[in-house]
Design a binder for this molecule. Structure first.
Ligand code: M6R
Length: 607
């Protein structure tokens, strides 16, 4: 929910912290701050608003020192305000902390600390942490941090500075991500890899209940109980430029254009002529037959990807699949046992609700397959097996390339399961796989053919209050995601429906000029969808349709976006692309904050 950074080395810390925070702004952007060790003490600078508000202050006067920590916030406890921004300090100002996560028992701790004379300046849960450290400090900062976190319930990744031990940063994590960058005589802390990628590719990925102590002479890692660890160095193989905008106006547009690469990376090395294989993951027929049900559990766009996954797995492998919203799943006492396969999908691998579903399912004996983007993320590590989507860093809050990666992996899984079960003959499998290999080029084609056209037509949609999406079967799964994309970045009210469902209520909202966007790529239901389009036209709605090129003339359609012909099962990848562009250009026209929509954050690590 928030981003944290840290630096210790020979350079000026403040500019490095600020640059690191810019790379993490996708994690939260309602306020930001830094703390730097200066000769006279710790200098704290923080400000409500986006990072440029903090940057403006730092331009006037920046603290000087080469040890520091920083934070970019997405409010949970306490509104966005300067006092609630991080870093937070203990009442006497000796200890300074940045925190990502939620301390669930903070009220109880706060009341106790208040009775003991500690004074609080903010409404945050975080402020109890520096005060607890202060309470327990007896000459050893690591020891004080250990005692403090021992009392915390909830999730945290924290970094701590102290006036008492100036040349040191202590960091600990539980249920919130934290990495340590290992440079030449300089060391870094980040909530995520882009924060440190300009400086080093060597990182430690901290696990839950691990602590790192950063000093000028190096980094030591420990369990939270104090046992020293010999952690493996993880080498990041992304290019730093991959985490930048690369010439596009927004990360979202860049990420839409990266999708041919996403699919390529996702299928690379996983397809033979007739089969799918995954590195480090296998399942035999006996095991697959044991599963009488598959759950796909996720949130938001990842949930929508599961709707495509369900369609593909049921169609090819004939196993019943239920797609479940992660935030509901664990509280409904789900019927899960050792005969259930649970597939969890998460770009960040840190979504709190999805992680809770992993733990719930594991406790009930299910096998968990994680589909994740962020390597080494908590969900990736806690799942029994993980299949990465290899989409590279996704910075825009609105997920595009990660969605394409997620559905690609789920298509691969569907083929994999169907082959294990003997339900997909060689020739059929060869046909799907050969179509799959063409998808990256076909996405490029969709982008090239449709982008200018979409921009030219944008006035037909941009000033509307409501836009409806319809589709049947696989197309219905696609429109669920298309409508989410539109609402989250353009703030237009959008709803998606199975096309046949419109007449059971929502058709009442269709009147002259109301845009209805239909996806109609599946030949078995296209005539039915066309009838539904006629129903809309009869009420003077304006219809846009995404169809396969060469499909017979559709008289009732006002606007048409075409995708190249492919195996119909895979059409979900191609038909998504023009609708992502449509959402993007509508939001551009409405001058919305596309990469950072209001009220949203990229990684939702609270329930
Ligand atoms: O990191 P995750 O895939 O677990 O995130 C899940 C959702 O928070 C995410 O997909 C969200 O809905 C995006 N804003 C969609 O664009």
């Amino acid at each position: 929910m928030c981003g944290i950074v840290g630096y210790i080395g020979k350079k000026d810390a403040a500019p490095i912290l600020l640059e690191g925070l810019k790379k993490l702004e996708y994690r939260g952007y309602d306020s930001a701050g830094i703390a730097v060790q200066e000769k006279q003490g710790i200098a704290l600078v923080k400000k409500k608003g986006k990072l440029n508000s903090l940057e403006e202050i730092l331009k006037q006067k920046s603290p000087r020192g080469n040890v520091g920590i920083g934070h970019t916030r997405w409010a949970t406890h306490g509104k966005p305000s300067t006092p609630n921004s991080h870093p937070h300090q203990s009442s006497e100002g000796e200890f300074v902390v940045v925190h990502n996560g939620i301390i669930e028992n903070y009220l109880e701790l706060k009341n106790q600390l208040k009775k003991e004379g500690y004074v609080f300046d903010s409404e945050t849960d975080t402020e109890v942490i520096p005060n607890l450290i202060s309470k327990f400090y007896q000459g050893n900062i690591e020891e004080a941090v250990r005692k403090a976190v021992d009392l915390l319930e909830g999730s945290y990744a924290i970094a701590v500075l102290s006036k008492k031990e100036k040349e040191k940063i202590v960091a600990v994590r539980k249920d919130s991500p934290l990495i340590i960058g290992l440079g030449e005589d300089e060391y870094f802390i980040g909530s995520d890899i882009p924060a440190i990628l300009d400086h080093t590719r060597n990182v430690y990925i901290l696990d839950d209940n691990e602590m790192a102590v950063l000093e000028h002479q190096g980094v030591k890692t420990y369990t939270v109980e104090g046992e020293e660890l010999d952690k493996e160095i993880f080498n990041v193989d992304w290019e730093a430029s991959m985490a930048e905008k690369g010439g596009y106006d927004h990360f979202m547009l860049k990420e839409i254009h990266e999708q041919p690469e996403t699919v390529k990376n996702c299928i690379n090395g996983r397809l033979t002529e007739t089969d799918v294989k995954f590195e480090g993951f296998t399942m035999d027929q006996e095991e697959l037959n044991k599963y009488n049900k598959i759950y796909i559990v996720a949130c938001g766009t990842a949930y929508n990807s599961g709707l495509v996954g369900k369609y593909a797995i049921e169609k090819l492998a004939r196993v019943p699949v239920e797609v479940a919203i992660a935030s509901e799943f664990r509280y409904r006492d789900p019927i899960v046992d050792e005969n259930t396969l649970v597939i969890v999908v998460s770009q960040s691998g840190e979504t709190a609700d999805t992680l809770a579903a992993v733990r719930e399912s594991k406790a009930k004996g299910a096998r968990i397959i994680g589909i994740c983007n962020v390597v080494g993320s908590t969900i990736a590590r806690e799942s029994d097996d993980v299949i990465y989507i290899h989409a590279g860093p996704e910075i825009a809050v609105a997920s595009t390339k990660a969605y394409i990666g997620m559905i690609t992996v789920q298509y691969l899984l569907a083929i994999y399961f169907a082959r294990i079960k003997g339900l997909l003959a060689d020739d059929k499998s060869r046909e799907i796989i050969s179509s799959f290999k063409q998808i990256p080029e076909q996405i490029k084609e969709v982008l090239e053919k449709n982008e200018a056209e979409i921009k030219a037509q944008i006035d037909n949609y941009a000033d509307r209050e409501n836009i409806f999406y319809i589709g049947r079967g696989l197309d219905n799964a696609v429109v669920e995601e298309a409508s989410l994309k539109l609402k989250e970045i353009s703030y237009i009210h959008a709803e998606s429906y199975p096309a046949g469902e419109l007449k059971h209520g929502t058709l009442a909202l269709v009147e002259e000029g109301v845009p209805v966007i239909a996806v109609a790529t599946q030949t078995d239901v296209i005539d039915k969808t066309l009838s539904n389009i006629k129903e809309v036209k009869a009420r003077d709605g304006v219809v846009t349709a995404v169809v396969t090129e060469g499909v017979k003339d559709l008289d009732d359609i006002d606007f048409r976006f075409e995708i190249p012909a492919t195996n119909e099962l895979l059409a979900g990848i191609l038909s998504t692309v023009p609708l992502q562009l449509l959402a993007y250009y509508i939001a551009v026209e409405r001058e919305c904050a596309i990469d950072q929509p209001r009220n949203l954050a990229k990684s939702v690590t609270v329930e």
